[in-house]
Design a protein around this ligand. Structure first.
Ligand code: SF4
Length: 271
């Protein structure tokens, strides 16, 4: 349970001086776990099979007819063609040499992922920006620093979590990833999730949430409920991207709600 000292620390880290903590247990939208059945496998898009509530199932979403696995990692570089079969070294080499979509022509560096490969918490964002493209590391720059402070405030400093993006290469001008780019790249992220098998995933921002959950719902609608990803039913919490928080600091209290619930979930599952 978060205490007042930790809350104050978080508020200071986030630059929030005045707000009122709501009891999430009293909020109907947050009171229960939303049962979604999603399958997110390398080489195929995530498939959302459920709608919030155990009795309101959606039909499966058919994956677009884009060949993904066959085009993703170059076999001659790794000796393994399917990301689902790769170990960490093979996967990292496959990403570094990948030319499966046009972003390979404009990137400076691929951005594989960063952090603890045995993490209990995995953070998934959208795509590298200019700073990340230069550094080859996800979530650097001002948004990355804010994310670091947010994570530290709930007792999960950056080095304890694993951070990755949906796309491993920067879209020019920081435009949104195109569907075909996400499709061609998704096998890498799926394998990272498989290898780590985190206790929870924090999806930050609209693009990451919509890609993982194969939905076009807004972050505002996806927040406030637990979702589940893949055959391992990894709990997923959606929250706002730290870059958005830099522009809209009034949303920081909502992110605190989200992070608090992630922390509680991880605490409960480690007991
Ligand atoms: S974004 Fe992904 S699929 Fe496209 S070139 Fe980079 S690693 Fe390959």
């Amino acid at each position: 349970m978060m205490d007042e000292r930790r809350r104050s620390h978080y508020l200071a880290a986030m630059g929030v001086t005045l707000w009122t903590l709501r009891d999430v247990q009293d909020r109907p939208a947050l009171a229960g776990t939303v049962a979604l059945e999603a399958t997110y496998m390398p080489g195929s898009p995530a498939r959302l099979r459920g709608e919030p509530g155990p009795d309101a199932m959606m039909p499966p979403v058919d994956p677009p007819g884009v060949p993904v696995a066959a085009e993703t990692p170059p076999p001659e570089k790794t000796g393994v063609s399917d990301p689902a079969q790769m170990d960490w070294d093979q996967l990292e080499a496959a990403v570094a040499g990948c030319r499966a979509c046009g972003l390979c022509d404009t990137r400076t560096n691929t951005v594989f992922g960063d952090g603890n490969r045995r993490a209990r918490l995995m953070v998934i964002g959208e795509a590298p920006g200019a700073d990340e493209d230069r550094a080859g590391v996800p979530f650097v720059g001002r948004a990355g620093q804010l994310l670091n402070r947010m994570l530290a405030a709930i007792g999960y400093p950056r080095e304890s979590v694993y951070i990755a993006n949906v796309l491993k290469c920067r879209p020019p001008g920081n435009r949104d990833p195109r569907p075909e780019e996400s499709l061609r790249c998704q096998g890498f992220l799926a394998r990272q999730v498989q290898l780590i098998r985190p206790g929870a995933i924090l999806a930050v921002g609209r693009i990451a949430a919509q890609h993982l959950l194969q939905t076009d719902e807004s972050v505002g609608r996806l927040r406030g409920r637990w979702l589940e990803l893949g055959p391992d039913r990894i709990p997923v919490r959606v929250t706002y991207h730290p870059a958005y928080l830099l522009r809209s600091p009034e949303q920081k209290a909502k992110v605190w709600d989200d992070l608090t619930l992630v922390r509680r979930r991880l605490d409960a599952s480690s007991g």
